[in-house]
Ligand binder design. Structure first.
Ligand SMILES: [Zn+2]
Length: 575
């Protein structure tokens, strides 16, 4: 069977195509961005503060659990036999794990790489003659879990190859790609004429094979499959598929791939709730999924990178600091929480007889780590003579080619202020383009203690000067407590926001099923108490003032029975 595909994969021919970035037209939907920069590499970034703590917690939750993720479990995942958490998605755990190691090692945790050779020894012998992990002879199978798990395996093998340059990973990835090509006719139009998202999220692995392995056949297959990509229901797999479309857009310069991703994001936005959360399946589902939220953030960050359009950053930040942070448990892992427009966060699906509560360590805890790690790569971007600061969590960022180092210290995620130390090895002129978040009324700026009034574009403050050894920039984000009618077109209620953070009423403090109202004045503005707190009112008239950010309590050990949070309130205007 394999010889049918001999000659399809021709390594070494891709370099010139890959290196050309001739954008055929202005990317959608933002302004022209003819020179998209690459995301930072992990080694350029050191995460600190809240984001750093969450990242370390989610990474520790995986790499210290050698009992849960044992070598035996990886062998079971490779064979598609009981013994791994999602063993019936063959190759899934392997692929995600190798991608997790890629992130962990990239950030400088060198011991993370130590178990990788032993892992290769136990998984690679299970790859079948047809090229897949799982049962031999499964190419004709209608079980969509088999190609889905294998698609994650392909991506992970290429991440392992990027880390090690060990040809065994590349060889295994090539065999796997041949399997995916062999089964393509079964899946490429299987979702009502559209590419099946369970299979279609192999695109990013195929593109990694094209870019790193020089396999032109892999890119040809990706281009062929991408033609059928469309609005498919499972959000995680569909957004993972979108990442592959964005790789295609970046490599080919073709706008059609961006259009497809924008169309999928638009569909997501139609069903998104005020917290930035998405259902596990579109158009409706009763729970969220950590994997889908992580992919939503990364796809939006990638879209920003390629188009320069600020709305993608806005959407990524909004979901990151609200719904995604809420989805993280005290274990560090991610999973599923109940999902509706007005009340989120409670107990829903709990697999494996509730052993892990609402955490899903079979996929979401792995993909959540991957996504949190990816966020660091988009904190800042460097294009020509401009460095853009996109997000403001505490972090150190270095640009070795420029002899430039940025140290951000902030109270992220609430973000009332941030301090950026700009250090240059030698004096240099460049512009810092500081993002003005949409939730912020204005930004005040000081350079080395002196107030400055730089040119203030709609969405960026640009500070252009010759930078000497060390400069301190102090930023104050001027914000206020406010209500946000939701949905914006035909509001059913009002959410309360403090800066970027969505506030909620917890089931630990009140009966959230009652139709709570929020006190607003005739102009629709919040009526605050003497301490400046918003006030929500029970139908009985009882006033409660204990709203807090929905993401605030992630260290509470309630993974077995997580609190529900009301996020939409009635108001005199909408009652
Ligand atoms: Zn998941």
């Amino acid at each position: 069977m394999n010889h049918c595909f001999a000659g399809t994969w021709l390594p070494g021919l891709m370099l010139t195509v890959i290196c050309s970035r001739a954008w055929s037209a202005d990317p959608l939907p933002g302004p022209a961005n003819p020179t998209p920069s690459s995301p930072l590499s992990f080694s350029q970034v050191r995460l600190q503060g809240e984001l750093g703590t969450r990242y370390v917690a989610t990474t520790g939750n995986l790499l210290t659990r050698t009992d849960r993720y044992s070598l035996e479990s990886f062998a079971a995942s490779a064979a598609g036999k009981p013994g791994a958490l999602w063993w019936d998605w063959p190759g899934d755990q392997i692929g995600r794990w190798l991608s997790v190691l890629h992130v962990a090692e990239g950030y400088g945790w060198t011991p993370a790489a130590w178990p990788r050779p032993a892992l290769a020894e136990v998984i690679l012998p299970h790859q079948t003659r047809e090229g897949n992990f799982g049962p031999p002879g499964s190419a004709p199978s209608d079980d969509a879990r088999i190609p889905s798990g294998n698609a994650f395996a392909l991506r992970g093998l290429m991440d392992a190859y990027a880390d090690t340059r060990d040809p065994r990973y590349l060889d295994a990835a090539r065999k796997l790609a041949r399997y995916l090509e062999a089964i393509a006719p079964k899946w490429e139009t299987r979702r009502e004429g559209k590419l099946h998202e369970f299979y279609g999220h192999c695109l990013d692995g195929l593109m990694a094979l094209a870019e790193q392995g020089g396999d032109s056949g892999a890119q040809k297959l990706a281009e062929r499959l991408a033609r059928h990509a469309g609005r498919t229901s499972h959000v995680h797999h569909s957004l993972s598929l979108c990442r592959g479309l964005l790789d295609l857009a970046r490599v080919t310069g073709q706008r059609e791939y961006l259009d497809k991703v924008e169309d999928y994001l638009a569909w997501c936005r139609e069903h998104q709730i005020v917290t930035g959360g998405l259902p596990e399946n579109l158009p409706k589902w009763n729970q969220d999924e950590g994997c889908a939220l992580g992919d939503w953030i990364v796809v939006n960050l990638m879209m920003y990178q390629l188009t320069g359009a600020e709305r993608y950053l806005d959407d990524a930040e909004h979901t990151l600091v609200n719904h995604f942070f809420m989805n993280q448990f005290h274990t560090g892992g991610f999973g599923h929480r109940s999902f509706s427009e007005a009340i989120v966060g409670g107990k829903d699906w709990q697999g494996w007889k509730g052993q892990f509560g609402s955490e899903n360590p079979g996929c979401c805890s792995l993909w959540g780590q991957w996504a949190l790690g990816q966020v660091g790569r988009f904190l800042a971007t460097s294009v020509a003579d401009t460095v853009r600061i996109n997000l403001y969590p505490s972090a150190e960022i270095t640009f070795p080619g420029r002899g430039l180092r940025l140290e951000i210290t902030s109270d992220f995620p609430r973000l009332t202020k941030a301090r950026i130390r700009v250090q240059c090895e030698t004096p240099q002129s460049l512009s810092l383009a500081l993002r003005i978040p949409p939730w912020c009324r204005s930004m005040k700026l000081k350079c080395d203690g002196q107030e400055v009034e730089p040119p203030n574009a709609a969405r960026r403050v640009r500070v252009s000067r010759t930078w000497n050894a060390s400069t301190l920039i102090d930023i104050q984000f001027v914000t206020e407590l406010r209500v946000v009618p939701w949905p914006s077109k035909e509001p059913k209620g009002m959410a309360v926001f403090d800066g970027p953070l969505c506030l909620g009423l917890s089931s630990e403090a009140a009966d959230v099923d009652l139709p709570w109202a929020v006190l607003v004045d005739a102009d629709g503005r919040l009526v605050l108490d003497r301490e400046g707190r918003p006030q929500v009112v029970e139908p009985s008239g009882r006033i409660v003032k204990t709203l807090e950010p929905i993401s605030a309590r992630w260290l509470t050990p309630d993974v077995k029975n997580p609190a529900r949070k009301r996020v939409l309130f009635q108001s005199p205007k909408v009652q």
